[in-house]
Design a protein around this ligand. Sequence first.
Ligand code: NAP
Length: 274
Amino acid sequence: MRVLILGGTGDARRLAEVLTAGSAGGSDAGDSSGSAGASAGSAGSAVGRPGLAVVSSLAGRVRSPVLPPGEVRVGGFGGVAGLRAYLRAERIAAVVDATHPFAATMSASAAAATTELGIPLLVLRRPGWTPGDGDRWHWVPTLAAAAEALPGLGRRVFLTTGRGGLAAFAGLGEHWFLVRSVDPPEPPMPPRLRTLLARGPFTLDAERELLREHRIDVLVTKDSGGAMTEAKLRAAGELGIPVVIQSRPPVPAGVPVETTVAGAARWLAAVRGS
Ligand code: NAP
């Protein structure tokens, strides 16, 4: 049985580990979600038996990605038609969409192509964040709305929306931005900007120090969810810094969702059993 994991997240990588290593794959190393937990190992043993081939797919956005075990392909499929052709040619029997919660185009393509071919599809999506007592979170639907909200909230901005989202802030010449990304950002981007090239996880202490050092007065982020990136929100809350947070696009209608790697592994075991 050939399984396609649509990746680009820590959970996608960990699911590949679980499925290729059997019971040994439940490691929390490199956790980006905090959702896999120790139980992933036992779920992995349920499906990690001979006869399961795992192909992970990456978009190819990051120059030096941390690769999952098993077969890896890189690059877009060419829309729904391209993905459909790929699924047929590669005899894929099940798909797990473990892309980032904001990778809505890929998720829509996966839903359309698998529906047309009658291939089981699961979305693996870690839970979103919820504010704690005293947190000042401003939910916005788009990054453009985040940019509109900034003038009323602060001038020194910590922007952690990924380098692909900088264009929305390019018109804000009065603000200073600290941008953290894995690869260097490219224009269009705000004129007053400092780049921090880094790959998480980041500790609460380090995030608190970063916010203080750069005198940040507002944080902009997406509701990505997960423990690895949560520390910045906790640090902002402690320091009384407001947060502008983009809400998630919906999961395509009718597609089942699991929030943990263990749950996704169980779903695959059930699909395989049937
Ligand atoms: P997107 O807008 O949904 O996807 C744009 C196009 O990129 C898709 O139509 C598809 O091209 C290709 N693509 C996306 N994910 C792919 C995958 N796993 N394998 C093969 N092709 C893929 O996605 P995005 O927001 O640009 O994100 C790109 C990748 O970065 C995703 O894999 C996602 O998991 C990861 N990521 C995204 C974010 C974020 O904030 N958006 C954050 C962290 C990681 P075709 O139409 O040609 O098939």
